[in-house]
Design a protein around this ligand. Structure first.
Ligand SMILES: O=c1ccn([C@@H]2O[C@H](COP(=O)(O)OP(=O)(O)O[C@H]3O[C@H](CO)[C@@H](O)[C@H](O)[C@H]3O)[C@@H](O)[C@H]2O)c(=O)[nH]1
Ligand SMILES: [Mn+2]
Length: 733
């Protein structure tokens, strides 16, 4: 494995891990065997056209063709890898603190019940307290939930920040989300200053808790800020209200300082206008409103976006990221830096497969090696200009001009006037007949607004970087129930597949603009949804045929048996080794295999159907927000890694597949023990069913053994039994 360094004197270096000769040779052997499988299917089609056998065969052939092609596209994720490394000390030597550009930070929230206000302000506080000149930071909270309690929590945060930021700087606090910091098991000081800040924090938390649980904000608090009037002067409902914009801290006012007398970051609350007859375009709409509002208030050249659950885990991230943007040699064509998505609530063996280290360390750095990271919406820093649609011009210097940047800064201390001016930019009518949502800002109409926007930026000539520092830069909350996780994957796979069918299909839109490898890298994700059909076919038809006694794979003694066995064994062993080498446990690898099976047969199937319906105009865009909190009962089961099922109709599919394969395994074994040729004819079908059964053990438990609330609901169990009975009866007669 040869390691080659691209830049020497720059602010960052890129290590290209090339010459994966071993892997490539291995991939070639798999490919040869895939071709042999295709050849076998093509040359052994059963003759008689009337036989159901023939159709079963042709279906398998089609599925195997798909799997083979999909595998081929996926090779782009493993062909080469790049890893980046920054030199922060050089950055300061070269530019000094004064030379650092200003940064606007966007935090998004949309629902105060599933995204608690207290969590939101912890994220806000963590980004306000970056180790970066405070006067250069402006933090914006976009609240699509238009909640007075979130506003109140932010107001409390604006006061607490005056203590928190100097405390963080003085004691080099890590991480700078108060709740995460105070929950640390070790490394906390025990002096007076610590006790004071902890008391301030707890008092603040108590006041917010009391306000939320009692459903009202005390009069004496309301009197402290005119912003509360916004909710009392006219009716405010989630889908129908005018813009609420409040500058809680005006960092440009020299009288506004923290308890040590230092400047403060600007802090802004925004609930953009919503009206029933205007589409609000979910998160993309929120981002675009903030891009405009912030351009009026602070207009920093760099924008950091984080979801409300993704607190900053590393105080030095902003300095780190500037090493990419400000590198004279290799930085000028970088549009955005995407940090690896990490979570702080992953159970021991990652029961819902939310944080596969293979994805974060192998696949995404593989995409990066093909010409740039995929944009994934949170934990990413953009140049403002590229987000607004700017093309990259050849031979043009896209370095930041710090002097000009300073001049643009608005020196208004008249906050009310500035608020009025900015407010209109967040009104729904503002975007009518403009390029917003198309050529400007994030794109509308796609549930993965981030991926499609990132692709468009790359096609305008920009590069992007996937960055995986040793210390995670951001930590978020992963779905805590199976249903939540599957719904999230449904939204993603639906959005991704929709891109493939739109004019943004990477092979067409990206043709001549981005490398073929990157077009393939995108497609490896965009084509998740269509995997559902061949996978379902593979799980249903061979098992039904096993029940009926129809062999669909070559005999064990035939040479054709070998390519099937080889592809199957080699692929899985490689996957296992790769998982273990990336730091997954054996159990987490197994869990991930299970969850992929579930995602493919439920989330991907539903999203496939949804995208097809959208093509006929039969379905509308939605965005189901992932819950970030659950009740104690559920979270206890999550910690114990007991899967949380319940009554979602999605599980009818999961239950039916598990039962069908159990039944056919039973029939298969009967063939082996009673028939003379059983094992010869049915080995592969039996192994297939056996594996499906083994991986579904938690499903059987949830159907027949468990008593807790996370088990399969009785209706779902009965529905699954009914479906399997009908299927097997049909196949028997
Ligand atoms: O109408 C909306 C809906 C969502 N959000 C915010 O968008 C973020 C992401 O929502 P979440 O439910 O947490 O979805 P995830 O699947 O976790 O989000 C991932 O996938 C999304 C695209 O599907 C991206 O927008 C996100 O940045 C990315 O983290 C949250 O902060 C929400 O508050 C809004 O601001 N307005
Ligand atoms: Mn999320």
């Amino acid at each position: 494995m040869a390691v080659q360094s691209e830049s020497s004197n720059g602010l960052f270096e890129t290590k290209v891990i090339k010459g994966h000769t071993g892997y490539r040779a291995f991939a070639l052997t798999i490919f040869v065997n895939i071709c042999l499988i295709w050849r076998y299917r093509a040359t052994h089609v059963p003759k008689s056209c009337t036989e159901p056998h023939r159709w079963a065969w042709l279906g398998l052939f089609a599925s195997e063709l798909w799997f083979g092609l999909f595998w081929l596209i996926n090779q782009s994720l493993r062909w080469t890898h790049v890893y980046h490394h920054t030199f922060k000390h050089k950055l300061l030597q070269r530019f000094g603190e004064d030379g650092l550009p200003r940064v606007d930070i966007f935090v998004f929230t949309a629902d105060p019940t599933i995204e608690p206000s207290f969590m939101v302000i912890n994220t806000v506080l963590s980004v306000m307290a970056y180790n970066y000149p405070s006067e250069k930071l402006s933090v914006y909270l976009s609240d699509d939930g238009v909640s007075i309690f979130t506003f109140y929590a932010l107001f409390e945060a604006s006061i607490f920040a005056k203590h928190w930021i100097p405390f963080c700087n003085k004691f080099r606090v890590e991480p700078r989300s108060p709740v995460a910091y105070f929950a640390k098991k070790s490394g906390l000081p025990s002096d007076d200053e610590f006790e004071t800040i902890k008391r301030l924090y707890e008092d603040m938390k108590d006041r917010i808790d009391v306000a939320i649980s009692s459903g009202r904000i005390p009069e004496e608090i309301r009197e402290q800020h005119r912003g509360f009037l916004e909710w009392s002067s006219r009716p405010v409902t989630k889908g129908d209200h005018s813009t609420i914009l409040q500058i809680l801290i005006n960092g440009k006012d020299s009288n506004v300082v923290d308890v040590e007398g230092n400047a403060m970051p600007t802090l802004v609350y925004l609930a953009r206008e919503k009206r029933p007859h205007y589409p609000h375009n979910f998160k993309a709409g929120a981002v675009n409103a903030l891009i405009r509002v912030s351009s009026e208030i602070s207009n920093a050249p760099v924008i950091l976006s984080v979801d409300c659950d993704m607190y900053s885990n590393d105080p030095n991230t902003l300095r780190d990221v500037m090493c990419f943007f400000m590198d004279e040699e290799n930085g000028h064509d970088i549009a955005f830096v995407q940090y690896a998505q990490k979570f702080n609530n992953i159970s021991k063996n990652d029961v819902y497969g939310n944080m596969s280290k293979v994805v974060t360390t192998v696949e995404h750095s593989g995409v990066d090696a093909q010409g740039g990271s995929i944009f994934s919406g949170t934990g990413s820093l953009h140049r403002r200009a590229t987000l607004c649609g700017m093309k990259r011009l050849e031979n043009h210097n896209h370095e930041f001009n710090i002097e000009m940047d300073q001049q643009k800064q608005i020196s208004s201390s008249n906050v009310a006037e500035l608020e009025e001016r900015s407010k209109v930019l967040a009104n729904c009518a503002y975007e009518l007949n403009t390029q917003w949502g198309q050529e400007m800002g994030l794109k509308y109409g796609c549930p993965v607004e981030d991926v499609i926007t990132g692709l468009a930026i790359q096609c305008r000539g920009w590069r992007s970087v996937y960055y995986l520092p040793e210390r995670s830069a951001f930590l978020g909350v992963a779905p805590i129930t199976l249903a939540q996780g599957l719904i999230q994957f449904k939204r993603w796979s639906e959005g991704l597949f929709q891109i493939f069918f739109s004019k943004y299909c990477p092979f067409i839109y990206g043709h001549g603009k981005i490398k073929l490898g990157l077009q393939m890298g995108y497609s490896a994700y965009l084509l998740w949804a269509p995997n559902s059909l061949p996978t379902l076919y593979y799980l249903i038809v061979p098992s039904l045929c096993l029940i009926k006694g129809i062999p669909l794979f070559p005999k064990m003694s035939s040479l054709w048996f070998l390519p099937f066995a080889y592809v199957f064994i080699a692929k899985n062993i490689y996957g296992l080794v790769e998982g273990l080498r990336s730091g997954n446990t054996l159990t987490s690898w197994w869990n991930l295999e299970r969850i992929w099976l579930m995602r493919t047969t439920t989330s991907f199937l539903f999203s496939f159907i949804e995208v097809v319906m959208k093509q006929f105009g039969l379905s509308q865009n939605t965005f189901t927000i992932t819950a970030k909190v659950v009740d104690d009962d559920v979270s206890k089961r999550y910690e114990q890694e007991i899967m949380e099922f319940g009554s979602s109709p999605m599980f009818i599919i999961t239950g039916s597949l598990a039962l069908l394969n159990l039944l056919s395994l039973f029939y298969g074994l009967k063939q082996v023990f009673l028939g003379s040729e059983g094992i010869e004819l049915f080995a592969l079908q039996i192994i297939l069913c056996g594996l499906v059964v083994a991986i579904n053990v938690p499903v059987y438990e949830a159907m027949f053994v468990r008593k807790d609330r996370g088990r399969f609901s009785t209706n779902i169990t009965f529905a699954s039994i009914a479906i399997v009975s009908v299927l097997s009866l049909i196949s028997l007669y």
